[in-house]
Design a protein around this ligand. Structure first.
Ligand SMILES: *[C@@H]1O[C@H](CO)[C@@H](O)[C@H](O)[C@H]1NC(C)=O
Ligand SMILES: *[C@@H]1O[C@H](CO)[C@@H](O)[C@H](O)[C@H]1NC(C)=O
Ligand SMILES: *[C@@H]1O[C@H](CO)[C@@H](O)[C@H](O)[C@H]1NC(C)=O
Length: 412
């Protein structure tokens, strides 16, 4: 089966290339644009304290309308009219990426320099009225802040599970909180690891107890000698493709699944020692896991991108899950209650870190994505194609015909 991914070229043209071009700078532009929203006659704006302390993430509370911004060295809370309500400092602090465990836990002999704390994750935990903010300092520790006043509820940092990744690049990490009625929520986190695949899993699911003081905070959902709620990038993959990493651009929960949208270097045809990251071809992928799969056996991923007038757009820049309006729902043959995913891709497959201006806005229905994944799994169980998990398995592993349902398992 030709797995060239999910294509929706018609939808691209239906929405118009202009809209795509407008959104091409992704989250960063979104934050800047929202900061100059026009309110009636007056134009209000909000700027970071220092020009270089850029905004990294922005989230608007569903009911209060409060605006939370994760910036370099700051977390801000603004009212809906962009009046600053609270500013919370997160940096800069003396640090060194080589300090593992971080110096807040154990003295470090590396030279310390004043280091920016880049916000890499900003999520509202609605059920507990708190904000999860993860940064790049101290091997990537997170804080839980009270939504009202950004008071620190907890900053877990004494166990290796508390270090998410020291990469200081925004657009590298994403998280999804899955609430559970009557029980503690689960936090799924995907992150680039910046060559430190032994320290940090690329994807994991963690406990998010209601009690911020709980000693289980951010523990892996399941952690035994044999099976855990995490996947690490094998060292062999980095030996073959030296700059291999997985960048997590977006994530969401829908139905019984959790999804992440990633960009990663292709390993399929280039499992040979490659030189600089400039030579790499990147593929955007959609990763899906079952919400309640603590062993990560349900991990499945498909390439995602779009084509317009024969031009391929495969470098994901930003994405957003929403409900379609009546017209779009009809055009996609879905109901207005179905989830749709709006995505912005840059042209081509190279230059992920400095994407070309040419971009496209593409829309996918989750129903369609699930149908494609089902099709893919079924053909794999029939013994067609291969698992397409080269980065994890180190080689092309052909699909084998499933003997019975009990043997049906995509990851070995
Ligand atoms: C902004 O909103 C706050 C309440 O959310 C209000 O107190 C304040 O007067 C507003 N400021 C402007 C400039 O409209
Ligand atoms: C990220 O780290 C690199 C190298 O350590 C540094 O040059 C760069 O300025 C840092 N980025 C930010 C936003 O501080
Ligand atoms: C629309 O979706 C329904 C099922 O939801 C399907 O039976 C029908 O064939 C679809 N129509 C088109 C034009 O794809």
């Amino acid at each position: 089966m030709n797995m060239k991914g999910l294509r929706r070229s018609q939808r691209t043209s239906a929405l118009g290339p202009k809209a795509g071009a407008l959104l091409c700078r992704g989250i960063w532009l979104l934050a800047a644009a929202l900061a100059t929203v026009s309110c009636g006659q007056t134009l209000t704006s909000f700027h970071p304290e220092r020009r270089e302390w850029a905004f990294d993430h922005l989230t608007v509370h569903q009911t209060t309308g409060a605006v939370y911004i994760g910036a370099v060295n700051r977390v801000y809370k603004l009212s809906g009219n962009l009046t600053l309500l609270v500013s919370h400092d997160t940096g800069p602090e003396d640090d060194n990426k080589a300090c593992y465990p971080p110096l807040i836990v154990q003295p470090c002999s590396e030279p310390l320099v004043s280091t920016n704390n880049v916000n890499k994750l900003l999520l509202i935990d609605y059920s507990q009225n708190r904000l999860l903010a993860c940064g790049s300092l101290y091997q990537g520790v997170c804080k839980l802040l009270r939504l009202d006043d950004l008071f620190i509820l907890v900053e877990p940092s004494h166990k290796k599970e508390h270090y998410m990744s020291s990469i200081n690049q925004t657009g590298s990490m994403y998280g999804v909180i899955v609430p559970s009625r009557g029980e503690d929520a689960t936090l799924f986190i995907g992150t680039a690891v910046d060559g430190k695949q032994d320290y940090f899993p690329t994807i994991s699911s963690r406990k998010l107890p209601r009690d911020p003081e709980s000693s289980a905070m951010l523990d892996y959902e399941l952690h035994t000698d044999f099976v855990s709620s995490l996947i690490k990038i094998p060292s062999d993959t980095l030996a073959l493709v030296s700059h291999f990493d997985i960048y997590y651009i977006y994530g969401f929960a829908s139905g019984n699944f959790v999804y992440f949208l990633t960009v990663q270097p292709e390993t399929e045809n280039s499992m040979s020692p490659s030189g600089s990251s400039a030579d790499l071809f990147y593929t955007s992928r959609i990763v899906r896991l079952c919400k309640d799969d603590r062993k990560f056996h349900s991990y499945v991923s498909l390439p995602v991108g779009c084509v317009r007038n024969g031009v391929e757009y495969r470098l994901l820049q930003a994405a957003y899950l929403a409900k379609p309006g009546r017209v779009l729902a009809a055009a996609l043959n879905i109901s207005a209650q179905d989830d749709v995913l709006f995505t912005v891709f840059s042209k081509g497959q190279k230059q992920y870190h400095r994407p070309p201006d040419d971009s496209a806005l593409c829309v996918f229905s989750i129903r369609d994505i699930n149908a494609r994944i089902k099709e893919r799994l079924q053909s794999c169980y029939q013994g067609e194609g291969n698992l397409e998990l080269n980065w994890l398995l180190g080689k092309d592993v052909p699909c084998t015909k499933a003997v019975s349902d009990a043997d049906a398992d995509l990851t070995p």
